[in-house]
Design a protein around this ligand. Structure first.
Ligand code: SF4
Length: 381
């Protein structure tokens, strides 16, 4: 049921992606990179679950040092799966981490944060030169929650076209440097937007391998269903060369992202599609990030679970609650939610739309959330 894919084949260390290569399944460490034992635990679990590629995020020189040690430990344990690194906002970290990984991921929406005197094209050129020097592939990772400002201005009324055009333009930047070992991802927490954006991108650039994902899909089973909705539609149109299922699960269960990814792939390959009722997108929608090296407090996973339980009573209301693990992406990625929580080390920030309601302890945030939720529900009644 998966038609022949027309993308070119690229190389990520020993792994081939795109064209006739098997669709690769990948996952990402959810723990703080500097917590070496915890992050190695994640890598071992993800590897044991059968990952083709593992991603780790770096934010600081200390993270980069930890990554070097992680690469050394992986080598010592015979874990030969390629490593990909998320550059987050500090793209300059690429030079320090590239010697230890096979792939660099940058987010075009984060390139404007540092070195404001340099153009985006200059920054991309520098990333390309770094990748080339260290034989790394690149992922252009566009995220609907962090759209580059220029594209927001150019496409104020078409959010999907803003992110698609951003991806297409960055492909052209890489092509201009004759750098072809790259994939593109365009993610959002809404599977319908993921289907639309990836279909449009694949029409614009049928040659470029695509990494599929529904970001902040949240906890199982809803997180799995949202992901399945997007993957079934895209894979069955021949779109998607590698995929990640992003789930908010306890750190010990991170291998689930791989097993679920393989199951969806197997189902689509064998024509087993699951439909959802027409009202699937009605009612309360909880989105939650899968956690990564930036997570500020491990209590985040429990908090996401508690929010889900506490809000069961509001299942019929068309409201979105976002639960995010850190201060870097948390504030922006909760802007579109009716109520948003983003975690700090000791406290949790509660937002109503873009407005900050307050800052609460991990033990009081649920009460504060309940209060705001009751107000919203009363207003609708
Ligand atoms: S919101 Fe923060 S902790 Fe969660 S995945 Fe994104 S960067 Fe990582």
């Amino acid at each position: 049921m998966i038609p022949e894919r027309r993308t070119r084949t690229i190389r990520i260390g020993p792994l081939s992606i795109g064209g006739g290569s098997p669709i690769a399944v990948q996952s990402m460490a959810a723990t703080r990179t500097q917590d070496l034992d915890a992050t190695m635990g994640q890598i071992e679990r993800i590897h044991a679950a059968g990952a083709d590629l593992i991603r780790v995020a770096v934010d600081s020189p200390k993270d980069a040092e930890a990554l070097a040690e992680i690469a050394r430990r992986m080598d010592a344990k015979g874990i030969d799966v390629p490593l990909s690194v998320d550059l987050q906002e500090n793209y300059r970290m690429a030079a320090i981490v590239a010697p230890f990984v096979q792939k660099l991921r940058y987010n075009p929406g984060h390139l404007h944060h540092h070195e404001k005197d340099k153009s985006i094209a200059e920054k991309v050129q520098w990333i390309v030169e770094t990748a080339r020097e260290h034989d790394c592939a690149i992922r252009i990772g566009v995220n609907a929650g962090s759209v580059a400002p220029e594209y927001k201005e150019r496409f104020p009324d078409d959010h999907v076209q803003a992110i698609v055009q951003c991806a297409v333009d960055h492909c052209e930047l890489l092509d201009g440097h004759q750098f072809l070992d790259y994939v593109v991802s365009i993610k959002d927490s809404d599977p319908r937007l993921v289907i639309d954006a990836n279909t449009r991108f694949s029409e614009a650039r049928p040659d470029v391998p695509i990494h599929l994902g529904v970001t902040e899909a949240g906890m199982p089973p809803e997180g799995i269903i949202k992901t399945r909705i997007a993957f079934e539609q895209l894979l069955s149109r021949g779109i998607g060369d590698t995929l990640r299922v992003s789930l908010t699960v306890p750190f010990d269960n991170k291998g689930e992202e791989i097993s679920v990814g393989r199951q969806i792939l197997d189902d689509v390959e064998n024509g087993r599609f699951r439909s959802v009722p027409p009202n699937f997108f009605d009612g309360l929608n909880i989105i939650a990030c899968p956690s990564c090296s930036r997570v500020e407090n491990e209590k985040f996973i429990d908090l996401a679970e508690d929010v889900k339980k506490m809000t069961e009573f509001a299942a019929e209301y068309d409201l979105t609650i976002a639960v995010m693990g850190c201060r870097v992406n948390g504030p922006g990625e909760t802007d579109d939610a009716d109520l948003g929580l983003w975690c700090g080390p000791k406290t949790v920030n509660l937002k109503k739309g873009e407005e900050l309601v307050g800052n609460f302890g991990y033990d009081t945030i649920l009460d504060a959330l309940r209060k705001e939720l009751d107000v919203l529900i009363a207003a609708r009644a």
